[in-house]
Design a binder for this molecule. Structure first.
Ligand code: SF4
Length: 165
């Protein structure tokens, strides 16, 4: 897996202070996408063990407390990214207790493959669907167009996210 950007401190992509990873690779080709440079799965930098360890260390940094990790792109659920994202999510789950994970994807939740669902089942919040330029609305929180939806995990199911932040 490759990534484009890593923000060790971020207050825009999700609630609270967070660490955010933008991975490489997206097949949705949404009109008006502001991240076209991430579409090529070979672009960016290799997401290696050192980068994974850095994210774990940042999330556990007690000097600057992060609420959690945001995964965006590109698309973290692009099939080519699933192995890398799965490993990252597993490490955060086991080594960063109390941290939440938000994930943005251009796929719709109801159309995910088994492999994609296996990853999603271990994140806390998913923002789904492609960006639709005709439905763009700058007033929306954490999403670019009104067709996109925010779900939070409740046991084995996902339910519409209730904004309590
Ligand atoms: S899903 Fe996101 S990154 Fe991919 S084309 Fe659409 S807006 Fe761009």
């Amino acid at each position: 897996m490759n990534y484009h950007q890593y923000y060790p401190l971020d207050v825009l992509n999700g609630p609270g202070t967070r660490a955010t990873l933008f991975v490489s690779g997206c097949e949705h080709q949404c009109r008006g996408c502001y991240n076209q440079s991430t579409w090529d799965v070979r672009s960016g930098h290799l997401f290696d063990e050192a980068m994974l360890n850095r994210i774990i260390d940042d999330l556990n940094d007690t000097r600057v407390r992060r609420r959690g990790l945001s995964l965006s792109g590109g698309d973290p659920l692009l099939p080519a990214n699933l192995a890398g994202i799965s490993e990252l999510v597993a490490r955060v789950r086991s080594q960063c207790p109390g941290k939440d994970i938000w994930l943005w994807t251009g796929y719709r939740l109801d159309a995910l493959s088994e492999a994609q669902l296996a990853v999603v089942s271990r994140v806390d919040v998913i923002v789904d669907g492609p960006f639709e330029q005709g439905l763009a609305d700058r007033r929306l929180k954490f999403r670019g167009s009104s067709n996109q939806r925010i779900f939070c995990r409740s046991g084995d199911a996902f339910v519409p996210w209730c904004d309590q932040d």
